[in-house]
Every structure is written in structure tokens, then in C-alpha cells.
Write a protein of this length. Structure first.
Length: 381
């Protein structure tokens, strides 16, 4: 196996800069940022480190080959040329998933079949066997064809990296952990920050802010597909876990407070924070946004309710107005709200200092940022 690997981490559109900074911190080389993903290179230890430490990446994919294909023969030959026998044992399970966009090979099921056949043929030849029972460890193969350019990848993560292991259940319309981590980054959460959320739901924004402040690796409480891969030895995983634990800053002065009108959401958020290892730093209370009085030192991170139906939209607008009124009376250190409400500024009552366009899945959103500009009053209009 090579000593250096090319890795690709997809992310939410609009969070690429944050992810790029994260992978550079891990010592990745050749970092390349494109829409919705960051590519980089590193050794086998980086595969473990990236899975354990990246907060805003959705997955860590090992890029095996990039080539052009306009026929099924070209697709087959390119996949067959990859030394699969060095990656997948004879009993390995290797499901294939893929996508195609603006390419001559437009049928995804047909392409999946060709890719699978090519891997089977190569494994049979490489392992000198006709039997591939697929009863062993899982090796998820992914391919993407864009404008006739094929990328073949191996998923080292397994479950998506947003599945940290602490959120057993979630309230309605939860924000993904990876997106919450990006908002904590935009909000400049530091080790001594006080963070509040008046619409906390299952607590994700507060919990992700706490883990960031404590420098707690988000993947410490879960397992990854590549832990079963022979080319990423168990010793590397142990080493990277110990390194991550050693870099955790439990002496940080962070505190987080979340409020929600739903007692079940508050109970769930409290449980989630304990499971995430930040239960002692986070407090959740039943409260109405009408009673929200931001602490002058607090950074407010929030995902206000927003619905597609007319009644929900009107109710969401009213809640945004109440939030704006409460904030104007008691401005904190900063407010960062992510919402799909294109009229949020009008409802909130003033224009944001900055905005950042972010896609929450397929939903276009904005992060509206309110904070003190240098040389201006406490709350810029």
C-alpha cells in the first residue's frame, strides 16, 4: 500500500473554509477546496486522525482513482486497474453506491453493476479464488461521475461523521452536528466563551460549542469503518485516540445554557450533553423566548423555528420578531442565527453585520451575524 493517501471530505456548502482550516491543523498536505468538499493528502495515521477530529466533515473518503470514461468498457477498465486485493480481503463485504451528473454514462444502476463486476474480477484474480462470500468487514465503495470524469473512493468512516454517538433521539427538524459545529466556528466560540441558545431543541448547538471550546474530539465516542481495514493498523487508532484525549482541555472555562419551551426537548438536550461528555458545562431550562434576556457576555447561537406551511411561517416570523426585541433590549456579545427565512432581518428588526450562505442539506439558508463592529456601539444597527 502507498505511504501517502488522497482523502476527500464532503461538507455542507458554505462550510468549506472551516473544514479546510481543520484539515490543515491535522497536518494534511496539498489541501484543495472546491464546492462542498475539501481534498487533502496524508499517511494512514491521518485517516484515523481525520475521522476522530474533524467537526465539519461529513465523511473521510479515500480517493483511489480519477479518470475519464464515456463507455462501460472504460469504466470497467479503470476500476479493474485499482489493486483491490491490497485493500479488501477475500471475505470483505463491498457494496457499491454512486452518482452520475452531466455524463454519457448516465444510468447509475448500470454503472454500479459495472463497477461491482470490475472489483469482483480483480479480487478473484488478486486473491486467486472464485469465492467472495462478503461475510467479513464492510468496505463501502463510492463512485461519482461528473462530466465524464470518474472518481472511485473507499469510505473510511462508515456512518456519517455527524453521528457523534451522543444524540440517541432528536426533536423535530434538528440541525446536523456538523453544521452546528460550523456555526460555532463562525460565532468564534473560544475556550472561555459563554454560549446561549433560546431555541435549543435537542441541544446540538450548545453541545457542539462545548466540545469545540474543550477541544474534545467529536469522534471519541464512536467507531469507524477503517478500524477494520488492514492498512490502517489498530496501533494507529490507539495512538490517535490517546493524542486526542491528551489534547482535550477540561480546564477550559466554557459554559453553555439552552432554553426551550418544550420540557421534553430540555430533558433530551440534558441527556445528550451528558452522553457527549459535556454535561457539567451545559445547562438546559424550560423557558419561553419572550422571557429571554441574553447575558451581556454571551454569544447566542440559534436555529429559530421555521416552517414551510403558511401558519408555521407566520409563527416563525413572530418568534423572530420577539427574539429581535429581546436582543435589542439586552444585547449580548454576538448573535448568530441560521434560518431558511429569507425575511429574517425584517422580522428580527435590523440588518445583520454579516451574512453567510449555507445549504442545510438541499435547503438554502443564511447565517445572520450580529456583533459589535470595532469603533461602533454595543449593537450595530
Amino acid at each position: 500500500m502507498p505511504t501517502s493517501y488522497t482523502l476527500v471530505s464532503p461538507c455542507f456548502f458554505g462550510t468549506e473554509a472551516t473544514l479546510s482550516f481543520e484539515v490543515k491543523r491535522l497536518g494534511a498536505q496539498d489541501v484543495k477546496v472546491t464546492d462542498g468538499r475539501v481534498a487533502y493528502t496524508g499517511d494512514a495515521a491521518l485517516i484515523a486522525a481525520a475521522n476522530l477530529n474533524l467537526r465539519t466533515a461529513e465523511r473521510v473518503l479515500l480517493l483511489l482513482k480519477t479518470y475519464t470514461a464515456t463507455t462501460f468498457d472504460e469504466l470497467f477498465d479503470g476500476v479493474y486497474s485499482i489493486p483491490w486485493e491490497e485493500l479488501i480481503p477475500a471475505d470483505g463485504e463491498f457494496p457499491v453506491k454512486g452518482s452520475s451528473l452531466s455524463s454519457q454514462l448516465s444510468s447509475v444502476p448500470a454503472c454500479q453493476s459495472i463497477v461491482k463486476k470490475a472489483i469482483v474480477k480483480r479480487l478473484q484474480t488478486g486473491h486467486k479464488t472464485t469465492a467472495l462470500p462478503e461475510t467479513g468487514a464492510l468496505y463501502k465503495i463510492r463512485f461519482a461521475i461528473r462530466k465524464n470524469v470518474v472518481e472511485v473512493m473507499l469510505d473510511t468512516s462508515g456512518d456519517g461523521l455527524h453521528k457523534r454517538g451522543y444524540r440517541r433521539n432528536a426533536t423535530l427538524a434538528p440541525i446536523k452536528e456538523t453544521l452546528a459545529a460550523a456555526i460555532a466556528d463562525l460565532g468564534h466560540v473560544r475556550r472561555d466563551s459563554l454560549v446561549e441558545d433560546p431555541f435549543c431543541g435537542s441541544g446540538t448547538l450548545i453541545i457542539e460549542a462545548a466540545q469545540k471550546a474543550l477541544n474534545m474530539a467529536p469522534g471519541l465516542r464512536r467507531r469507524f469503518a477503517a478500524e477494520q481495514f488492514d492498512f490502517v493498523p489498530p496501533a494507529l487508532w490507539n495512538e490517535q485516540r490517546q493524542k486526542a484525549l491528551a489534547e482535550t482541555r477540561m480546564d477550559a472555562a466554557f459554559a453553555g445554557v439552552g432554553y426551550d419551551i418544550d420540557p421534553e426537548a430540555v430533558a433530551l438536550a440534558t441527556t445528550n450533553a451528558k452522553l457527549a461528555g459535556v454535561g457539567e458545562r451545559c445547562r438546559f431550562e424550560v423557558a419561553d423566548v419572550r422571557d429571554y434576556t441574553p447575558n451581556p457576555a454571551a454569544i447566542t447561537l440559534t436555529n429559530p423555528p421555521y416552517g414551510e406551511r403558511l401558519g408555521d411561517v407566520q409563527q416563525a416570523a413572530a418568534l423572530a420578531q420577539i427574539l429581535g426585541e429581546r436582543w435589542a433590549q439586552n444585547p449580548g456579545a454576538g448573535l448568530y442565527a441560521i434560518t431558511a427565512d429569507a425575511e429574517f432581518e425584517a422580522h428580527f428588526g435590523r440588518k445583520a453585520v454579516k451574512r453567510r450562505k449555507i445549504y442545510n442539506g438541499m435547503i438554502p439558508c443564511q447565517v445572520y451575524m450580529y456583533f459589535q463592529k470595532p469603533g461602533e456601539g454595543r449593537f450595530a444597527k
